[in-house]
Design a protein around this ligand. Structure first.
Ligand code: AMP
Length: 284
């Protein structure tokens, strides 16, 4: 497995693979890899001849006052995870390699980003779409792998690929959780011991909402209210949002007409965590 920070080198290596008739999967990440990322890499390795993992804390998707500087980084550990999971190449660029100093072109979306994280983090998805479009152009993969953990992001990327005619299959992968239910996240490292316990309120709320939906509750409002009340009982938790939306177009819904994504962002102390479930209906 090779690590490079150079776009040109990635293009050359992928070109060589293409000449050999090999298929290529891409797993975009911000590094500090955990079992959630690992599951994406393993899936990509099982479905493609070669896997590229990008490991880049993308500055353009962080707003002012967010955790760009403090975001955890450990490329040596990441390299070991990637290698064990079957990656062939890590692309680990510096921001100057990714963005020219006078870059002024962005991929912006007029739908799907008005709700949920797009509402709380106004420039976030412009940064995500721009960097992912750039990665797609650099790597030109056959398939790209994204986690349902970032449910809105998955819908946004699917839409971008459709709208901009990228010839890339987007593969969504299930949320990987800790044994006690907490969704794995690089940001979990910010949590104190006490906050780590309090953070369980997110997955408990997901469990509650999912059970209600599966047991036939048709009102999204009733489900969201029950989840909100559960989270509100945790003193260290402060809700950013708990909301039910159509999982494809991210428009708010009040009825559990599938596919519905019930998503949340909750501050535990200063750490903003997200979680969600998708209700696909009874017979799926
Ligand atoms: P990040 O490094 O947080 O930008 O995440 C990179 C990719 O890994 C995204 O597609 C995430 O949705 C995915 N991912 C992060 N955490 C998890 C998780 N717990 N389970 C599944 N996928 C995840």
């Amino acid at each position: 497995m090779k690590i490079t920070g150079q776009k040109r080198e990635v293009k050359e290596i992928v070109k060589q693979w293409r000449a050999e008739g090999l298929s290529v999967g891409l797993v975009p990440t911000m590094g500090y890899l955990h079992e959630g990322h690992e599951s994406l890499i393993r899936r990509a390795a099982s479905e493609n001849d070669r896997v590229v993992v990008s490991d880049f804390v993308n500055p353009t998707q962080f707003g002012p006052g967010e955790d760009l500087e403090s975001y955890p980084r450990d490329i040596d550990r990441d390299a070991a995870v990637c290698e064990a999971a079957g990656a062939s190449l890590i692309f680990h660029p510096q921001p100057e390699e990714m963005y020219a100093g006078d870059a002024c072109t962005f991929v912006d979306m007029t739908g799907l980003t008005a709700e949920l994280c797009g509402k709380s983090r106004p420039i976030h998805f412009r940064g995500v779409c721009t960097v992912v479009a750039k990665l797609f152009n650099i790597v030109r993969p056959d398939r790209a792998y994204f986690g349902q953990k970032d449910g809105q992001q998955l819908s946004v990327i699917r839409r971008m690929v459709r709208d901009l005619d990228f010839d890339i299959e987007i593969v969504g992968c299930p949320i990987v959780r800790e044994a006690d239910g907490l969704a794995k996240s690089s940001r979990n490292t910010y949590l104190s011991e006490e906050e780590r316990k309090a953070a369980l309120v997110l997955s408990r709320a997901v469990r509650l909402g999912k059970d209600m939906a599966e047991n036939g509750e048709k009102s999204a409002d009733v489900i969201v209210k029950a989840m909100t009340e559960l989270i509100d009982r945790e003193p260290l938790a402060r809700i950013d949002y708990v909301k039910a939306v159509n999982a494809v177009n991210i428009e708010p819904v009040s009825v559990m007409e599938p596919p519905v994504m019930v998503a949340m962002a909750v501050f535990i102390g200063k750490t903003r965590l997200i979680d969600n479930f998708v209700y696909e209906g009874e017979d799926r």
